[in-house]
Design a protein. Sequence first.
Length: 308
Amino acid sequence: MKLNNTTIGVINISLAYTLWGLGPLFYKFLEHLPTFEIVSFRVVWSLFFLLVIILMSKKINTIKSIIYNKENIKFLSITSILIFVNWFTYIWAIKNNHVLDASLGYFINPIFFIFLSMFFLKERLNKFQIIAVTTVILAVLYQVLKLGSVPWVAIILTVSFGFYALLKKQSTIDSQAGLLFENILLFPLTFGYLLFVDSQPSATMIHNSIILNVFIVLSGVMTTLPLIFFNRATTKLNLSTIGFFQYINPTISFFTGIFLFHESFNYDQFITFSLIWAALAVISFDSIWRLRKAHQLMSVSCKPCNQQ
């Protein structure tokens, strides 16, 4: 049975967010390494696996078309910076016991997608979406006022990945080839760091244990697979649908942070998260309501056809 584009998109986005949600568990095994070193390994090994995938799929001509197009290079330079910032912040959060802050950022992402759609895609917000966006702003302000700190981890993760997704949505570049070039653009910085800057013995991987090296290599798989799934999904689903599935990632991370990593979760944090969850409930209700309404209209329009 041949699957339609929407079904393929749903499968890909579900796999992407599930793997991202399991990220804190995976990267805890590497927490004794410097943040920049972990990110550098992610880039280097992601590049390796992407090269293998590209060569196996025989997309050499696609790569050539990117190389000879200056606009594509400029575009991928921007997306590579965004994804690097996102990776670095995410790893830092896991290493420094801020998994709950990271999950907060990814809970906010669906609302931020709506915000981006309004400003850059000229989509008009309905009353439910306005309520959701306003509630998220209130949640962030509450944390700033009550806890006396700006949730920088959450904000950086939200903004960097939100704009990354927006740009990818508007791109016509092949998803795998685009990912490959993002890593190529980051390779000189990260590989140079591992060779010439990083003084840790683990940077060369020569004196590491086999288990540590296995996790270092697998960091490339954990980086590449979700992004491949995500980029495939962005070409088959609209932003609002993608936003709906984003609940998977932060939910897994949230429970991981509390029950496995035993991070503190006080009353003020509960209020902040509750406001975010309320906003997500509002846009979920709105999405379901609009979907049902569309089905009803379709059913009504099809009745005359069935009577003929």
